[in-house]
Design a protein around this ligand. Sequence first.
Ligand SMILES: [Zn+2]
Length: 260
Amino acid sequence: MPELPEVEAAARIARRAVVGRAIAAVDVLHPSIARRWTLAERRRCRGRRISAVTRRGKSQLLHLDDGCILVVHFRLDGDWVVDAAGEPLPSFARFAIRCTDGRRLVLTDPRALSTVTVHTPAAPPTFALGPEADDPTLTAAELGARLAGRRTAIKQALLDQRILAGLGNIYAAEALWRARLDPRRRVGTLEASEVARLLRGIRAALADGVAHLGRYRTGTRTAPWRVYDRAGSPCRRCRTQIAILTQGGRTTYWCPGCQH
Ligand SMILES: [Zn+2]
């Protein structure tokens, strides 16, 4: 499941590929996406210029110059391929935007779980999401307030997109290791100084992820994880063996030596 750094990397690819270009046509190539699009919506996109590509949580938003927004969610395996109209479509092509200058942005997805929806200015997309995990204006006090009163374990709270948007299983573990916090801690027990440490840990883990993702590729992440996927290996900070536990059906990697 792509997390914030992977989606951000994908959004950058789309941004470089199509922002400022005009759409010649959108090609809806798979029934799972086609059933969300009317013919009128496809026609409406023609001739529109793509003014910006932004990200909200794990969704990419392609803003058109008439106020419409295409919302793309890669789910598990989606990816972008940038090529030229007229070339054979890449394998597992599900959706494509052909630009008037011949540039083509193709969504590929072997499992065809990705979604693309179009929203008019009258009915903009809504997201039941908390603030972005990498929002530089987010303060420790705000994060503390969002966590306050909850009895869940801190690791599970970090996966709850309504509290904070963008973290998944990998970066939640990485952030908690950097913050030296036990993933089983109840969020209500965190002191203000620990919430501040947590926020710094989240930012550092995400910044590291973004820096190591030249581009988004499922399954070939190159980021050197501090704790994720390192069960049995020595902790990079205290040399204790990294342990695993299961929380809410998800595997959590953590260091019993230095995460308290
Ligand atoms: Zn350790």
